[in-house]
Design a protein around this ligand. Sequence first.
Ligand SMILES: Cc1cc2nc3c(=O)[nH]c(=O)nc-3n(C[C@H](O)[C@H](O)[C@H](O)COP(=O)(O)O)c2cc1C
Length: 113
Amino acid sequence: MKQKNLVYSWTGNTAACAVALGEQLKAEVELILEQKEREGSSGFATGGFSASIGLSSKLKEKPQTEGVDVLLIGMPVWAGTTPPAINAFFLSTDSADCRRFFVRVGGVGGLCL
Ligand SMILES: Cc1cc2nc3c(=O)[nH]c(=O)nc-3n(C[C@H](O)[C@H](O)[C@H](O)COP(=O)(O)O)c2cc1C
């Protein structure tokens, strides 16, 4: 059975969770990358605003999910919802392919929820 962790991470925390989970579950890890890099306080502000109104961003590449039996999708919470890169992934795929989610939020130390 092929398992994959597909993850968006801006500052690296969710990616670290994905790698740790990947080792435990023997799952391949793929990062979702945006075409335009977010930087600093403007990246924070535009990211939070875009997330809050449900916008998508442009991805460098469409994540590969063919042949994957169990897909885990990792993301940070932005403005109480999904970040634009994750919205873009959902728009580009049949969400029926998705089976599991994990999220990482602020204020919980090193915990991966
Ligand atoms: C633009 C932005 C908005 C955020 N909004 C929330 C939020 O609404 N609730 C929350 O608990 N954490 C929020 N956070 C904190 C992130 O979810 C948290 O720091 C996460 O671990 C970052 O993951 P990353 O290092 O993989 O990017 C926000 C972070 C950013 C950058």
